[in-house]
Design a protein around this ligand. Structure first.
Ligand code: GBH
Length: 467
C-alpha cells in the first residue's frame, strides 16, 4: 500500500459538507431595525436578572450590518457550507399576517452573497426567537396556533428562497424550545436553589408541558409540508435536534443494545414521533392524565417523512446493560474527574460524534444525517502576538471529526457537519461569557480574528481529512 492510498482512506467522502453554524439572535443585532418585530429573546434579555451580566443581543456581533465581511470570513476559513437561522419576527413582526419585506430582503442578500462565495446555505427556520406577538396572543407554544404560524412562515420563506437554499431545518432543539423554556433546570448554588430557564421562562406543570412538546413537533410537521410544497425541485428539509444519545461504555453487543434502548427512550417526545408518526405507548401510559391531547390527523402531519435528520451533538448519557431491569439499561454517572470543557454543563465526548449518528441510523434509518452542531466554549484570549491559541477547542474538534470519519467509513449516511460556532456570539443566558467561535470577536470593536482552530479547520477542509 502506498502512502497516497493510505491518505485516501483517511479522507472524508467527496461532497461531505464541511460547515460552520450560527443563529440569528446570537449574531445579528439590529434588534429593532428595518421593521423587525420583538422576539421572546428580546423581551427576556431586556428583563433585569435573566441574563448573566445583563447582556443582551441588541447589537450582538452586528452581523446584520457586517454580513458581507462575515461571508468573506467564512469563505476564508475554508467552510463549504454555512448553517444560519432566520429571525422569524424580522420577516413577520407579528408572527403571522403582514410580511416585512425589508426583513426578508436581508436573507435574500445573505443567500446571494453565500452562493457567490460558493458556500452552500443551510437555513434554520426557528432557533428560539419566537415573535413576542405570538407569545402574547396565544401563549406561544402552549397553543397549536403557533404551530400553524410556523407552517405559514415556512411556506413564505421557502417560496422566496427555495430556489437557492437547498436545505432547510425546521426547529433547532425541541428540548430547549419546550422544556428549558417552560421548566428549566434547578441548580443548587451556595445553599440556594436557582432555576435556569430560557425565554419565555414560563413555568408549566407536566400536562401543559407535554402539550407544548406536542405543538412543537406539530409545528415541525406543518413546516416540512409547507417547504415541500413551496421549495423548488431538490429542496430538502428535516429537524435539527439536540438528540439525547447514550454511549455504550463497553463496546459489546449487550451494552450497545442497552445504549439503543436508552437512546430510544431519550427521544420519545420529539425524534420518535417525528420519525414514526406516533407516540411511544409507554410514554402515553406513564403520562396518564398529563399525556398530550392529539388527533390522528395531527400525528400524520408530525410524521411527514423528512429528507434528513440534523443532530446537535454535545454530551452523552452513559449507560450499561441491566438485563434484569425492565428497560434493559442503567444510567451511570460521569466520574468526578471526567474531562470537562469550559462550560459547566459540557463534558468531553468525541465518541459521541460517532455514536449519535450510528444509533440514529440503527434505530430509525433516516436517508441522510447531518451533525448540525459540534463545538465547545473555551477560555479564549488574544495573545500579545495577535493570535488566539485555542488548543483545547482544536483538540476537541479534531477528535470529534475523527469519530465522524469512522461513521462515514462504516456506511452511516452522515453527509456533513457544522462547527458550532463560526464566530463568538451571544450565548443565551450565559451572555457573552462563553465563546464558542472558531473566529474570535472583540465585542467592543467587533474585530474578527480567526483562532488557531480556524486555521486547523481550513487545512482539514481543504485536505478533506483530519488526520
Ligand atoms: C446549542 O444548545 C444551541 O443550539 C446553540 O444555540 C448554543 O449556542 C450552543 O448549543 C451552546 O450552548 O448554562 O446550565 O443554563 C445546546 C444545549 C443549551 C446546553 C443551553 C447548555 C445552557 C446550560 N445548550 N445550555 S446552563
Amino acid at each position: 500500500e502506498t502512502a497516497g492510498e493510505q491518505a485516501d482512506s483517511r479522507q472524508f467522502p467527496e461532497g461531505y459538507f464541511w460547515g460552520v453554524a450560527t443563529a440569528a439572535y446570537q449574531i445579528e443585532g439590529a434588534w429593532n431595525e428595518d421593521g423587525k418585530g420583538e422576539s421572546i429573546w428580546d423581551r427576556y434579555a431586556h428583563t433585569p436578572g435573566k441574563i448573566k451580566n445583563g447582556d443582551t443581543g441588541d447589537v450582538a456581533i452586528d452581523h446584520y450590518h457586517r454580513y458581507k465581511e462575515d461571508v468573506a470570513l467564512i469563505k476564508d476559513i475554508g467552510a463549504k457550507a454555512y448553517r444560519f437561522s432566520f429571525s422569524w419576527p424580522r420577516i413577520f413582526p407579528e408572527g403571522t399576517g403582514q410580511l416585512n419585506q425589508k426583513g426578508l430582503d436581508f436573507y435574500d442578500r445573505l443567500v446571494d452573497e453565500l452562493k457567490a462565495a460558493d458556500i452552500e446555505p443551510f437555513a434554520t427556520l426557528y432557533h428560539w426567537d419566537l415573535p413576542q406577538a405570538l407569545q402574547d396572543k396565544y401563549g406561544g407554544w402552549q397553543s397549536a396556533e403557533t404551530a400553524k404560524a410556523l407552517g405559514e412562515y415556512a411556506g413564505v420563506v421557502a417560496k422566496a428562497l427555495g430556489d437557492r437554499v437547498g436545505h432547510f431545518f425546521t426547529i433547532n432543539e425541541f428540548k430547549q424550545v419546550t422544556e428549558t423554556a417552560h421548566r428549566g433546570v434547578e441548580l443548587h448554588v451556595q445553599g440556594r436553589t436557582v432555576r435556569l430557564m430560557s425565554a419565555p421562562g414560563i413555568l408549566l406543570e407536566d400536562g401543559p408541558l407535554n402539550q407544548v412538546r406536542h405543538h412543537a413537533v406539530l409545528g415541525h410537521g406543518l413546516a416540512v409540508q409547507a417547504i415541500r410544497a413551496m421549495g423548488r425541485a431538490g429542496t430538502k428539509v428535516g429537524p435539527a435536534e439536540n438528540m439525547g444519545h447514550a454511549l455504550p461504555i463497553i463496546d459489546s453487543p449487550e451494552h450497545i443494545k442497552a445504549a439503543e434502548a436508552a437512546t430510544r427512550a431519550q427521544n420519545k417526545y420529539f425524534l420518535g414521533p417525528m420519525l414514526e408518526g406516533r407516540y411511544d405507548d409507554a410514554y402515553l401510559k406513564a403520562a396518564g392524565n398529563d399525556a398530550p391531547k392529539f388527533t390522528d390527523e395531527e400525528m400524520k402531519i408530525i410524521g411527514t417523512p423528512v429528507d434528513f435528520v440534523g443532530i446537535n451533538v454535545y454530551i452523552p448519557l452513559l449507560v450499561v446493560e441491566a438485563s434484569d431491569d425492565p428497560p434493559g439499561y442503567r444510567e451511570v454517572p460521569f466520574s468526578i474527574s471526567h474531562p470537562k470543557m469550559f462550560s459547566d454543563w459540557h463534558r468531553l465526548s468525541p465518541e459521541s460524534q460517532y455514536w449519535a449518528p450510528r444509533l440514529l441510523h440503527s434505530i430509525w434509518q433516516p436517508k441522510e444525517i447531518y451533525i448540525t452542531e459540534n463545538g465547545c466554549a473555551a477560555a479564549d484570549e488574544v495573545a500579545p502576538d495577535g493570535n488566539v491559541y485555542d488548543s483545547d477547542r482544536l483538540m476537541y474538534l479534531r477528535n470529534g471529526m475523527t469519530w465522524q470519519h469512522r461513521a462515514t467509513v462504516e456506511g452511516i449516511p452522515l453527509k456533513g457537519s457544522f462547527v458550532w460556532s463560526a464566530m463568538d456570539n451571544f450565548e443565551w443566558i450565559n451572555g457573552y461569557g462563553d465563546r464558542f467561535g472558531i473566529v474570535h470577536v472583540d465585542f467592543k470593536t467587533q474585530k474578527r480574528t480567526p483562532k488557531l482552530s480556524a486555521q486547523w479547520f481550513r487545512e482539514a477542509a481543504q485536505r478533506k481529512s483530519v488526520v
